[in-house]
Design a protein around this ligand. Structure first.
Ligand code: NAD
Length: 308
């Protein structure tokens, strides 16, 4: 018997993820506080409900795909909420004991642990399972899930995750999925800035993009930011640089994830200077018009600063 899923948060990611579950034969009821998101999901064949609590009826899994940890905690607890959040009981109180609370949003590690503590305290089960792969991966069902929680609970949700994604990795206890996600994206943000600085320096030194690429991609500078998401057009024809930096992975989302990493650096006392600097660089870029551009467009910012 397949799980019955209440899918809450039908945005850019949640919409196509819910649709893929429906196509795989899961019984899904969706809900979103934004009517247009609800309607779009419905048009894609996802049955929807008028409230979150109504979506929970008969569900054994409550899957959330929200913008932030505050949204997740507010929805779990109920009561005071964000504008547009219906004043109805919290999800934890509304669900029958033993319900699986599966949060796939990208949130702070501390918030993920708090969400798990609250869920377990209310007699439920809890797994954090943020994703990488973006909207393209959500549409195609090729996401990678990074999960935190008990082994048995991870195994219980694995079939669901493997419908929405290609790979699901159990990373450890509660919060470990979020930890893996932000540690990975710290590497990614810092390495994209480094690759971009190297290309701009190369330009000033008279080094052709292709020459630097040919050397670094086969040498110790090799990394995903260079060989897959190359910030200059040419060497990797599929990289967003070749299509005016259309995302891909938007700079606003990189800024969000780097700030989650910075929160974790502060919380743990780790002196992560590069992560903190990368967060500031992406915050500034996003605030000054780069928010919707691929994060590799940071190279245009580095070049621009040079010309001033
Ligand atoms: P989004 O803003 O498009 O979707 C979030 C949805 O949640 C919105 O439609 C919002 O109305 C809804 N929502 C908020 N509170 C709610 C509540 N209490 N009940 C019901 N619905 C509620 O965001 P997204 O791009 O789909 O991202 C979702 C999460 O996935 C974020 O945490 C993001 O960081 C993460 N993520 C996004 C991407 C990406 O490329 N977009 C990639 C990986 C991870």
């Amino acid at each position: 018997e397949k799980s019955r899923v209440a899918f809450l948060g039908l945005g850019h990611m949640g919409g196509p993820m819910a649709r893929n579950l429906v196509r795989a034969g899961y019984r899904v009821t969706g809900f979103d506080v934004v009517p247009s998101a609800l309607e779009a999901a419905q048009a894609q064949g996802v049955p929807v409900a008028g409230t979150a609590v109504a979506a929970l009826a008969g569900a054994d899994v409550v899957l959330t795909m929200f913008p932030s940890g505050q949204h997740v905690l507010d929805a779990y607890r109920g009561g005071a909420g964000h504008p547009g959040l219906p004043a109805e009981p919290g999800l934890l109180a509304a669900a029958p004991p033993g319900t699986m609370f599966l949060d796939c949003s990208t949130i702070n590690v501390d918030e993920a642990r708090e969400a798990a503590r609250l869920a377990i305290g209310a007699g439920h089960r809890s797994v954090d399972a943020p994703v990488s792969g973006g909207v393209v991966g959500a549409e195609a069902g090729t996401l990678t899930f990074m999960a935190g929680g008990d082994e048995a609970d991870f195994e219980a949700v694995r079939p669901l995750l493997e419908v929405m994604g290609r790979r699901a990795v159990h990373c450890g206890g509660h919060g470990a999925g979020q930890a893996a996600k932000i540690c990975n994206n710290l590497i990614l943000g810092v390495s994209m800035i480094a690759v971009s600085e190297a290309f701009v320096l190369g330009e000033k030194l008279g080094l052709a993009h292709q020459a630097l690429f040919d050397v670094a991609s086969a040498a110790s500078g090799q990394c995903w930011a260079l060989t897959t998401n190359c910030p200059v057009p040419g060497p990797v024809p599929t990289s967003p640089a070749n299509s005016d930096y259309q995302p891909g992975f938007a700079s606003a989302l990189m800024a969000k994830d780097l700030n989650l990493a910075v929160n974790a650096l502060h919380g743990t006392g780790v002196a992560g200077q590069m992560g903190a600097l990368a967060a500031r660089i992406y915050d500034k870029f996003a605030a000054e018009g780069g928010a919707g551009r691929d994060f590799s467009a940071i190279i245009t910012d580095i070049r621009g600063a040079l010309e001033q």
